[in-house]
Design a protein around this ligand. Structure first.
Ligand SMILES: [Zn+2]
Length: 137
């Protein structure tokens, strides 16, 4: 691995993990339930990654989105890769899985910091067998 970001992701509030990615609760959430799917190997972003990994990250993001909708039934789910300027600030590939709520008027440039206890609570709500199994309804 040899990458601080990948190592850091492993210390986050984990919701999902497999051979290629780890999904954790975002430390700078745009909304309650905001997750990030992080590549375990160092890759700069979606534009530079191998297509198989890209497809895998999106597949996992969809499972997480389905899970988010079970826990937050009113939510829509926005999937975002920021690739280079102006929005990418962390140059290690990560896919945002962002719940959107009716009337939320989201400002995508604002990321409030989420307290550790709150991240732990979100992860506890979202962890589940269905994410691991990839149940697509
Ligand atoms: Zn990295």
């Amino acid at each position: 691995m040899g990458c601080r970001t990948a190592a850091g992701a492993h210390r986050g509030e984990e919701v999902y993990r497999d051979e290629f990615v780890v999904a954790v609760v975002s430390q700078h959430a745009l909304s309650p339930g905001h997750l990030v799917v992080v590549s375990r190997e160092h890759v700069r972003n979606a534009l530079t990654m191998e297509e198989g990994l890209l497809a895998h990250m999106i597949r996992i993001a969809r499972r997480l989105g389905l899970r988010l909708r079970e826990v937050y039934p009113e939510a829509g789910v926005m999937l975002v890769f920021n690739n280079e300027a102006p929005c990418q600030t962390l140059f290690h590939a990560h896919l945002h899985v962002v719940p959107r709520y009716p009337g939320d008027a989201m400002d995508v440039n604002y990321c409030g910091r989420v307290a550790a206890e709150e991240r732990a609570a979100v992860a506890a709500r979202l962890r589940g067998e269905r994410i691991q199994e990839g149940d697509a309804r």
